[in-house]
Design a protein around this ligand. Structure first.
Ligand SMILES: [Mg+2]
Length: 181
């Protein structure tokens, strides 16, 4: 199975003002181990992240690369890895279909890994993750970390349903791996 993951609010803590350097990357408890468990079960894990922090001119691309090196290091501490990272640096005022809620990156990942949309879950904490997943035909999973609790409280529109909701990535992964209590 191909599993698509949003970054901020799913793997690492959401900051209101963007992760701008490796020191601002704070992992959410249990997320790295959850990725490792997906890897260990033979699944592909791919990051699908909007990073307008580059397109807005706040940090350069090479800083984003360093942040992702740090993310890979944090995952490796638990034996986990990402099979690919898709990052869209478009600013919102010049967004292409790659920027979520566009489905571009999800479609690229499914093409790369030859995965069928309705067998491909997208796990995110924001409405635009769910919208992108619905647009691509992927399964929608909301985690309540990051913006997730607020996303749920705001109400989920009929056009993105069904949405499975879990407390965190650990809970979502347990469901995907059939470890649900
Ligand atoms: Mg997010």
């Amino acid at each position: 199975m191909l599993v698509l993951l949003d970054r901020d609010g799913v793997l690492n803590e959401e900051r209101g003002d963007f992760v701008k350097n490796p020191g601002e990357l704070v992992m959410i408890e249990g997320s790295a181990k959850a990725v490792a468990d997906l890897n260990g079960a033979g699944h592909r894990v791919v990051l699908i992240t909007n990073q307008s922090v580059v397109g807005r001119g706040i940090i350069p691309q090479d800083m984003l690369d360093r942040i992702h090196d740090a993310l890979r290091t944090e995952l490796a501490k638990e034996g986990g890895h990402l099979d690919e990272i898709y990052a869209c640096t478009d600013p919102p005022w010049a967004a292409t279909d790659r920027r979520k809620p566009g489905a571009g990156m999800l479609r690229e990942a499914m093409s790369q890994f030859r995965s069928v949309a309705d067998e491909t879950p997208m796990i995110g904490d924001s409405l635009r993750d769910l919208q992108a997943a619905a647009s691509a035909g992927c399964r929608r999973i909301l985690v309540r970390t990051g913006n997730g609790a607020a996303t749920q409280a705001d109400g989920l529109a009929p056009d993105i349903l069904p949405v499975a909701v879990y407390e965190n990535l650990r809970g979502a992964v347990d469901m995907l791996l059939g470890n649900d209590p």
